[in-house]
Design a protein around this ligand. Structure first.
Ligand code: ATP
Ligand code: MG
Length: 344
């Protein structure tokens, strides 16, 4: 496996990592750590469906990358003891792509559509009818002679996942009976994730090492798991494999993960905001150009965590750095900085 800095810092998964993720994925709801409210609500939905012996309502999951949406989708199918079909918005370019899937679903099957906000319009419209009435209209022929043949499909449960709930059209959003908003994880929850993963990977992880990695994992299990493996490499080479607090800290510094868990992209965004735009307000696309990233990457990957850390605010006039952001990057906030009164 190569030493790829981009991969270490990215919050999406790629390459070898997908296999390791699959191995570390909790398989049942009882193994799923954190997200207490979502877990409890979901267990009620699933339990009552099992009692009624009918498929549960359609479930929508929204949240930042790496918080466990795909994991939960798989758990839903496992808990229902139902088969699972997996596809994604971008794969559903034409209505026919979706029709082919819907018409071959088994009764009670769970259909997982990842990145559901990226589905093409015609497929989306077909999905409305399927979700509501378990029916699709198959259009045969073209032009004035075209006819729609209604086709019943087996009752199924749709599980949709999105990192951008705001982009879902209301008619689609409204057809989900249950919406789960996934939040960033607290440090103690990530410690639990790390202890579980360390056990599965056969890595010794003392509590102080787990704490240090957890608090610098950007509130994200995927990142916690990734950092664990990087810290283990470091510990193997430099410290006889013992991951204590100091070793974890030294490794994370090497990988450019700072004391609050901000990675290179996070700091680039904040740095540009402060140094090029005087703390803002500045528009998303201008900010994205300044850091050489797509606006979507800045918006989906970097910003939610910066907002949650109280370092950045989204205002109607644009993105604004808070006084805490100036302090975090070692600069003095101007007197009129957003939230500056907190520092007086
Ligand atoms: N609650 C959890 N408990 C333990 N491990 C978790 C939990 N949530 C996620 N993970 C771990 O994090 C990894 C990433 O989770 P997952 O693939 O479900 O994220 P995602 O929300 O689907 O991300 P994306 O938006 O990129 O698709 C999984 O391999 C799993 O090991
Ligand atoms: Mg996923």
């Amino acid at each position: 496996m190569g030493f790829d800095r981009e991969e270490i810092l990215s919050s999406t998964a790629g390459g070898d990592e997908l296999q390791i993720e699959a191995a570390l994925r909790p398989k049942r709801l009882s193994e799923f750590i954190g997200q207490g409210r979502v877990r409890e609500q979901l267990s009620l939905v699933l339990e009552s469906a099992l009692r009624r012996q009918s498929p549960p309502d359609h479930v929508l999951m929204s949240g930042s990358p790496g918080l466990g949406k795909t994991t939960l989708a798989m758990i839903i199918a496992a808990e229902l003891n139902a088969p699972l079909r997996i596809t994604s918005g971008p794969a559903l370019e034409r209505a026919g792509d979706l029709a082919a899937i819907l018409s071959t679903l088994a009764e009670g099957e769970v259909l997982f559509i990842d990145e559901i906000h990226r589905m093409a319009r015609p497929a989306e419209e077909m999905l409305y009818l399927a979700m509501e009435d378990f029916r699709v209209d198959i259009v045969v022929g073209k032009g004035p002679g075209a006819t729609a043949i209604p086709l019943d499909i087996a009752p199924f449960t749709l599980v949709g996942a999105t990192t951008r709930a705001g982009l879902l059209p209301a008619p689609l959003r409204d057809r989900f009976g249950f919406t789960a908003h996934m939040d960033f994880y607290e440090t103690p929850e990530l410690e639990q994730v790390l202890r579980r993963s360390a056990k599965l990977l056969g890595v010794g992880l003392p509590d102080d090492g787990a704490h240090e990695i957890a608090r610098r994992s950007r509130g994200t299990p995927r990142i916690a798991n990734r950092l664990l493996r990087r810290v283990r490499d470091f510990a193997d080479v430099r410290a006889d494999g013992v991951i204590d607090r100091d070793i974890a800290a030294a490794a994370l510094n090497l990988y450019e993960v700072d004391g609050e868990g901000l990675d290179r992209l996070d700091r680039a965004v904040l740095g540009a905001l402060l140094k090029k735009f005087g703390g803002g307000p500045v528009g998303l696309s201008t900010l994205a150009v300044a850091v050489g990233e797509e606006p979507e990457t800045v918006e989906v990957v970097a910003e939610p965590f910066l907002v949650r850390q109280g370092l950045l605010a989204r205002t109607p006039r644009g993105r604004v750095a808070t006084a805490a952001a100036w302090v975090h990057l070692g600069m003095t906030p101007p007197p009129d900085a957003f939230g500056a009164s907190l520092f007086e």
